[in-house]
Design a protein around this ligand. Sequence first.
Ligand code: ZN
Length: 457
Amino acid sequence: MLRAAFPRRQNQRSGLQADLPFRLMQQCVAWQPHLIRQVCFREISSVTLDGPLRTASPALATPILQVQLQVDPITHSFTCRYRFTLPASDTTSVVRLNLNSHLKLQQVLAPRAGQPRITSVVPGYGNDTLHQIQVRYAPNPRRSRYIELVYTGKIGEGYYTDHVNFLSGHSEWLPYRPYQEYEVLPYKLTVQVPPGYQVRSTVRPSQQKAGRWTFQGTTSAIELTAFVAKQFYETVSAVSPPITLVKTGAPLARTDSVMLRQGEVITAFYNRTIGRQDPITRFTIFLPGTNRGAYGLLDDATIITYPDFDVAKTEDLLVLAHEISHKWWGYGSFHDETDWLNEAFATYSSLLYLQASGDEAGYQKELNRLAQTTTGTPPLWGFDRYKYEYPMHRRVIYNKGTGILHALRTRIGNAQFLQLLATSAARKTSTTTEFLQLVEQVAGPETSVWLLAELKR
Ligand SMILES: [Zn+2]
């Protein structure tokens, strides 16, 4: 999945910061009071501007991640041994890995390579610098190669409480190749914790010994997830697909049961509609009890940290539905206008659910609210987020994009629209051009031309 990494912005629930610099935005977002909670995994506020935006990787096979993580929950610190292995078929001769400079790099190992070069990279918008580890190989190595980094770090504020420490998609704890924060990679994550502590992740452990938990799966480079706590309160829905709720700090409450039920209903709705060609087979909702917003993870999970999150409120229901739908909408690039394939699609999916739940008035109201924010905004087509403050990104990519999807649905009708979305979801469409081609196939060339004009408006 081609999303990008880094200090992610976090929504908070009060305050109005219309023109804050990016650096501030990432700490205290909520630039419009009514846009409170639509946060998710893609909302990242910095980028490394040190290479071409879309470097096609010459790789033929996928690299593999092996991560050994040791967490000290008392001091909120961790040590990580990170191994990035290129398969023998991968002929890449230069590998770069970016690592947030708040992490202390202790060791770089790169057998069969020249001396690794470590530089500081200044990302856009005045964010923290990054370490960039560059490893150069002789051409055509024809052998599997690995780069191993050992580093230590502190778990950021907002990612721990008295009851839990966690590292996940927004924790900036993992390296990634520039602009490939969201490349989808197979991984093996081993987490070591002191006696008395347990670990949870987006998948069940494949191994579990005293103080040592191993998880295996496939997810984006920066979204490997480990929750560490002495006690987890958990429940799994009795329906299929199973929805798991994992909470720390307090036993499950009535609002949590209501959320679980809503999670079931939303998932079932999506599996009948946008996800019918690639349905959700399991889903996890993490409630760590911190207060840093909500975001979806590619690996069929979401982390929701609003302490008073209550899906009885439309606003919160839309957040839950938005994040769940990111299971399908996460393959556009975070760095350019194809982010609309993630965010507008997720926003509109949540609205489809709202409408299908019977709240036609809520659906219309939300569409109108979004439409009001798009007057005078630049076209979505070719939108360069780095030329604007974050709120404009929100207006164009989320809000305008949502309006365009609504117009498309109005034009082609519900059945064709759902067919389009379901096919796009199953194909993991990652560029607007691909989507336009799909529109042409499903709805005809005129609609494709019309859509392009809408995107350029
Ligand atoms: Zn989102």
